[in-house]
Design a protein around this ligand. Structure first.
Ligand code: NAD
Ligand code: MG
Length: 299
């Protein structure tokens, strides 16, 4: 499986592990090393074609899951990458740094908590300084904790989910925009949850709907500066987020089975959409949401 790359034709139904998956629970924020089966982030399989040669990219949530796959893909496509993640995720992040450096690209590790507005602005300043500028911003970090009943959803969690998924997006974009030249792109991470909310994601799903709307509004605002803003909306993807509280434990074995492609997506399958939106190939695409959902329908 891993000897094939993203250009080899395969049956998408059987390309990656299918349900059922082993029951498993992690403590947030989770790690890729406790996922069974292991997730595919393109470490061995993603082939770059120089589509982002010498671009300077900041990726949040870059240690694991979708952000890890995107950071690897950006580096394989020729970009230097600044990575943000939580301090307790250093082990996962160090592996991504090593993979980027193995491509001969620069990797700038900037751990810290995006719920802190001051950190969001420091993050951008450090990325700009370390990379010598900034022209791609991929906002991928996110918080998801399933709670069955509104009575059990605390104000603290509601607040933390909005701060991580929406406030931080505003703060990072605001700090980054003065540094972005014409031709730069911002890529946000929405979700199928923006359109088809699960009853147990009463805080998370609305943040994803807000991300779609924020993406469209900001795209309209900064188009005249030559900056494009888009989003990727993943469906169910095999990442630490899900066993670390994103789903109730009993939902993990069947995770992704209800999609038309009948399995969970892998992080590496998200990366091509981010790469497309990061490069000049998508020069006439802005304010758009690209679904990577295994066939679940966006409106
Ligand atoms: P993941 O757990 O691998 O990545 C999420 C990352 O968010 C963590 O690694 C962590 O570094 C970061 N993060 C969380 N809180 C943070 C904070 N306060 N400060 C700094 N960083 C913080 O899981 P993933 O599934 O790859 O998630 C990436 C994005 O994809 C999220 O925005 C998530 O909502 C979105 N998404 C995931 C799925 C899915 O099924 N996995 C589906 C749709 C959307
Ligand atoms: Mg992580």
């Amino acid at each position: 499986m891993t000897s094939r790359n993203q250009y080899d034709m395969q049956n998408p139904l059987t390309q990656f592990p299918q349900p059922t998956y082993p029951a498993q629970v992690q403590t947030p924020p989770g790690t890729v090393h406790k996922l069974t089966p292991a997730a595919e982030h393109g470490e061995k399989s993603y082939v770059g074609l120089g589509r982002m040669k010498s671009r300077k990219a900041l990726v949040t949530g870059a240690d694991s899951g979708i952000g890890r796959a995107v950071a690897i893909a950006f580096a394989r496509e020729g970009a230097d990458v600044a990575l943000n993640y939580l301090p307790e995720e250093e082990e996962d992040a160090a592996e991504v740094v090593a993979l980027i450096e193995a491509e001969g690209r620069k990797a700038i590790a900037i751990p810290g908590d995006l719920q802190d507005e001051q950190f969001c602005s420091d993050l951008v300043e450090k990325a700009v300084k370390g990379l010598g500028g900034l022209d791609v911003l991929a906002n991928i970090a996110g918080k998801q904790l399933a709670v069955e009943k509104i009575e059990d959803l605390t104000t603290e969690q509601f607040d933390a989910t909005f701060r991580t998924n929406i406030h931080a997006l505003f703060w990072v974009c605001k700090a980054a925009l003065p540094h972005l030249p014409a031709g730069a792109t911002i890529i946000n991470t929405a979700s199928i949850q923006a359109y088809q909310p699960s009853p147990n994601l009463l805080d998370y799903a609305p943040t994803k709907a807000a991300i779609v709307n924020f993406t469209k509004a900001l795209a309209q605002q900064v188009a005249e500066r030559g900056i494009r803003v888009n989003a990727v909306a993943p469906g169910p993807v095999w990442t630490p987020l899900q066993p670390a509280g994103g789903q109730p434990p009993e939902a993990i074995p069947e995770f992704g089975s209800k999609t038309p492609l009948k399995r969970a997506g892998q992080p590496v399958e998200m990366a091509p959409a981010y790469v497309l939106l990061a490069t000049q190939e998508s020069s006439y695409i802005t304010g758009e949401v690209i679904g990577a959902t295994g066939g679940m329908l966006l409106p």
